[in-house]
Design a protein around this ligand. Sequence first.
Ligand SMILES: [Zn+2]
Length: 391
Amino acid sequence: MTEKHVICKNCIMVEGFLGIEINEDQLCNFCADPNHVNPNWSKKRMSVEQKKEGLENWNKTVRAMQRAHDGKHYDCIIGYSGGKDSTALVDTFINEYQLNPLLITIDTGFMTDVAKENMKETLTKMDLFENHLMIEEPIPTFTKLYHYFFFSHNSHEKSLTVDVCHKCTDLIHTIAYKEALNRNIPYVIIGFSPDQIARYFYETSTEHIIMDGTPIPAFQTFLGEEDKQSFLSLEEIEKMSDFAPRVLYPYHVIDYDEHEIINRLESKGLIRKGKGDPVLTNCHVVKAALLHDFYRYGGITYALQYAELVRQEDDPERHNQSRKSWLRMYKQIGKRILDGTFNVEGMEAFFANLGITKEELLQRIEEKRHADPNEFQILQNIERIRTNKLR
Ligand SMILES: [Zn+2]
């Protein structure tokens, strides 16, 4: 008996994972209907017009920065993670735009060594240590945030990875934003790729900056005075009515070519060959959350975002290639989670910090999964990875 195809033939979404269904044309909800909304992913549909407007605004903004540039002040803040996208932004700002950015890295306590090495290499090569600010003080606050999400997560529909990533990103961006606000730097530039449009396109409005900069009520009770320093204070919010730095995502509107970025960075020696892979540079928290979601929901949450990259590839050949390689990665990550070889050291450090063992976490997941009406399909999808039958 041949098993039915459970993977979307256009992208890499899998039937039964986080509410995804594959129809008789073998298409997932997102590929069958571009307006489909899922609690974990919805595509912000951007018209050509909106993209064009964004690009015009971006070109104007760069010119405004160049005009205001005096060599003494920072022209903008770049959120610098050590990943390929933010590294390429740094290169563009320095070498193409001839601007003077302040690079801010927020250490959440769980950055990977690869990201740190990439960073050191770039800063050395470009002689940028003076422009770099590493912020480590909020590490305990990040730990509390992760603890809160890993222990309070309780949903049959919503992935932990998506939740924890959004809230962690909000905190990272808020901390960078506070620097801009307090140093009177008018722009915060974030290297989100074109697929990272689940919430914002090109710019975050002031209203959303304030919302994201305020802890959610359920989490507030866990915060001490020290932790509150990492969120926007009332004075800062007040200051924003006079001076509100803009938060911009230029890759949403300028040409973004992943291969060009990797080639450029490797040829300039800013990232070592093969080290620009997001799976290597993404933090340990994401990986622990991926492990959680894999056992809890039966799939790799990365797929939501990577499927978007596949869909955005217009050229049929490249579309096919991209689909193949992300699918290969999907299966590999699943296998490695099952083998217990997925990011072992980082994962152990993370769980130790949370005060839980992997076994305890798996135990909790099993109980929750058992109460999930979709349990059978979840276990089936895990089994398909284990036995190489996912197709
Ligand atoms: Zn699809």
